[in-house]
Structure formats: C-alpha cells, structure tokens
Design a protein around this ligand. Structure first.
Ligand code: TYD
Ligand code: MG
Length: 443
C-alpha cells in the first residue's frame, strides 16, 4: 500500500505533514501548515487541462463501497454498513458502552474475514483482551497500543486494515510532549488519521468521550472533519445509537440496544421496551407514535399540573423543545379553553428519551389537557400529529407507518390528523377540540 503522501508543508520550518494541521508539530507555529506547492514549475493558463462537466446520469463511480457491520441496528444507523475510507466518530459519555460496541463490531468484521484493529490508547492490550474474552470476541481481532497519531496514520497507510478503531481520540497526540486531549491535538490527530484512512480505504472509527459538562475537548471540534457522527446515549435503561451526521446515508436514524453481561444486544421491539413500565389509567400519560429518523417508535409523554406558589408559574420540560411546549400551552389556553394560568406545568418524555418530531405535539397537548382535567386516556390509545397555532391538526410524515406500529404494539385506538391510513383503529380529526372529543367524548 502507498505510504502517507506528504502533501502539506509548514511555511515556517518546512516540515512535511500528511494532513492540514492547525499547528506545525515540529516548530509549533500556528496556521503555517498549508498544502505543498506542486513540484513542477508554475504553469501558464494554456497548459491547464480542460475542465469537463458530467451529467449526473453518466456518473457511475459512486465511491461508496459498503460492508455490513454485522449488527443490523448499527447498519440501520450507518445507512447500510461501513463505508471504505470513511471516518466515523462515535461519541458518548464514559461508561456508556462505546468500547464494548466497537469490540463487538471488530469481532463481526474479523469473523467475516476482514482485518480489524483496535488501537488502544486508553486501556492496555491485556484489558482489551479481558473484555474480549468476556464477549467471546474472535482471536483474529488485532490490538495496537499507541497514542502517536503519526505512527497510527503510518500503520493505516501501510497495513490498510478494513476496520480501524481508535479508542479514544482524547488519548492521541500529534506533537511530542503535548498534552493529549487538548483541542488542537484532538482535531489535528483526527484530520491526520482520516486522511490516512482515505488513502488506505480503511474504515476509521474514532471514539470520542463527551461529558455532561462538555469539559473534555472532543467530538464537537472534529465533527466537520469526519464523514459521520454517531452518538451512543442512555435512554429508558437502554442504549440508543443515533446518527447525528452522515455523508453517506440518512442522519437521524436510531438503533436500540440493551447492555447485557455479554455486551450490547439489539432490542427487537424498542416500542414495547419503552412502554413496558407505563402506568395505565393515570391522567397525564399519553402514548405518541413518534418518528425517529425513518423509524416509528412508541414513546410515553407525561404531564403534571399543580397550583403554582409563584407569581410566574413554572414550565419544566424534559426531552422536548421547551419553546415548542410553550407554544402548545398557549394554543391549549386560547383554542381549547384550558385554564393554565396559575398552574406549574411539567412535561416529560418517559425514560429520558428526546423527541424532536413535531408529530409529538398532539401527545403533549393531550397529556397536559389530561393532567389539568384529571381525566386519563382509555387504555390502548395512541396519538400523533402536529398542532398549529389555530389549534388545527396538521399531518406529519409517515402517518401510515406510525399507525401500523401503534397497532402492532397493541393499541386499538389511534387518533391524529389526516394521513393515518385506512386501518379501522385509525381516527382522523381536524383540530384539538375534535381530538379531545374523540378521546374523551363531548363534554
Ligand atoms: P465500556 O464499553 O467500557 O464504555 P465506554 O467505552 O463508553 O466508556 O462499557 C461500559 C460499561 O459496560 C462498563 O461499566 C461495564 C459494562 N459492561 C457490561 O455490562 N457488559 C459487558 O459485557 C461489558 C463488556 C461491559
Ligand atoms: Mg472505553
């Protein structure tokens, strides 16, 4: 395989580097590393090769070779599998299961006859082995103990493993004696390694730690360098893998896993899992048929209202956009005559899940109305739909699939705007008042 091409050079000291670094690793100067001038003498305009454009229909080289990762839930988030030469960032809080998941994926690659290397800067090969034994990982998976980004880049370029996992970017340095984990080290090391992966055709997966406080430099500074960013989060006792950015496939897809003593296990029916502990017949609890990426998921939205001791009542929102909830509360007051003045209102998505789907509007409005009027919903009811400022219900994407998922999970009554299909369990309504009448009968 080709060595790393030294196509960047420091204007201050002349040091070559294989990537566009912010700071020269040799002399320490900032912003001096630029693309090296071509060897040949500058050419005149006449020498330029004519630039030709191509019809999209004639483009045949898609440049995307996909390899299944071995876990369907991961393939779903990646958009079909690993892409050769791509750099993928896996971000998450310490202890969430990033090393575990990637070791399982290294195992799958090795079992498929591909070379998988775990570069461990964080743990010793012995520690990686201990975990591997517990997970039953194939012996063919290789480990490389290094934190030197140049050495690793060189390894990628010469050995070209199919899958290279860096655990973690916060341990890498590009500069001798520099503190690992600093902004520049993390960014420059990532640039260097993704360049090397591109030239070798390896899929590069970088683990990046994030903390709730965001204290550790990391994922944010490299998001624009990598081709895809995945986040591993904890929700409702499960691990949710979410595509944040994806140059080769859909963003916003989710995969759901459960941490077991044999590693992360895909959850076949996340809706059932998320609703497992839902209280039935309690006011303020509503099931929404939400959409995460392209995947319909049933999630519980909860609301609580109580007389406020404050002049300005509190609005506490978890798992939803607070401004969206404010808007819905205003619509409820003005269009559904719900008396909210003087009430503290708490709205929560159960299990610590986050919803960005406007299809959750009707569930939020219904949960608040249910809490304020102290009327529970009948068991087996699910809702979805966007609510407009006039109190009208607006249709949302994938209504038919949302309804189908609700029915699959045992809901006999699904209420929402037009576009829910023709299932007998489906009831289309035009506005909030009609939705509430459908759910509770006319007052
Ligand atoms: P880990 O993958 O080390 O997290 P990260 O790399 O994101 O910091 O794993 C985190 C936790 O998972 C750890 O506390 C132990 C637990 N775990 C299991 O429950 N089962 C297992 O099979 C493994 C390997 C880990
Ligand atoms: Mg780890």
């Amino acid at each position: 395989m080709a060595r790393v091409t030294t196509s960047y050079v420091c204007g201050a000291c002349g040091a070559h580097s294989p990537g566009p670094l912010g700071r020269c690793p040799r002399c320490g100067a900032w912003g001096t590393v630029t693309a090296a001038a071509p060897e040949a003498a500058p050419r005149g305009p006449a020498a330029a090769a004519p630039a030709t454009a191509m019809r999209l229909g004639d483009v045949t080289d898609l440049g995307v070779a996909r390899l299944p990762s071995g876990l369907d839930e991961v393939d779903r988030v990646l958009g079909g599998g690993w892409v050769a030469g791509a750099a993928v960032l896996l971000a998450g809080e310490p202890g969430i299961g990033k090393s575990t998941l990637l070791l399982q994926l290294a195992d799958a690659a090795a079992r498929a006859g591909r070379r998988a290397v775990v570069v461990c800067g964080e743990e010793s090969p012995g520690q990686v082995k201990l975990r591997a034994v517990r997970l039953g990982v194939a012996d063919a998976v290789e480990v490389l103990r290094s934190t030197d980004a140049y050495a690793i880049a060189d390894f990628l370029a010469t050995e070209a493993p199919a899958l290279a996992i860096i655990d973690s970017i916060q341990t890498l340095t590009v500069e001798d004696g520099a503190a690992p984990g600093s902004l520049t080290q993390v960014r420059d090391a990532t640039a260097l390694l993704s360049q090397a992966a591109k030239s070798s055709g390896s899929t590069l997966v970088l683990i990046g730690h994030v903390t709730k406080q965001g204290a550790i430099a990391g994922p944010k500074v490299v998001e624009h360098i990598v081709d895809a960013t995945l986040a591993l989060e904890s929700a409702a006792g499960f691990r949710v893998l979410r595509g944040i950015k994806n140059r080769f496939g859909p963003a916003g897809e989710v995969g759901v896993f459960e941490m077991t003593d044999a590693g992360l296990r895909p959850v076949a029916n996340p809706s059932d899992a998320f609703l497992a502990e839902r209280p039935v017949g309690v006011p303020g609890s509503v099931v929404v048929a939400a959409l995460e990426g392209q995947r319909p998921l049933l999630v519980e939205v909860q609301a609580l209202a109580s007389a406020s001791p404050f002049a300005t009542p509190r609005r506490v929102v978890q798992g939803l956009d607070p401004r969206r909830v404010d808007l819905l509360l205003a619509v409820l007051e003005r269009r559904a005559d719900l008396p909210l003045a003087g009430l503290d209102v708490f709205v929560n998505v159960a299990g610590g899940l986050r919803l960005t789907d406007t299809g959750a509007d009707l569930a939020v409005a219904t949960a608040v109305a249910s809490a304020v009027t102290n009327r529970p919903l009948a068991a087996g009811t699910a809702v979805f739909g966007e609510v407009g400022l006039a109190g009208e219900l607006r249709s949302v994407a994938q209504g038919v699939r949302r309804t189908a998922e609700a029915v699959r999970a045992g809901h006999r009554d699904v209420v929402g705007p037009r576009g829910g299909g023709d299932a007998p369990t489906w009831r289309a309504v035009g506005d909030l008042a009609a939705a509430f009448a459908a759910l509770w009968g006319r007052p």
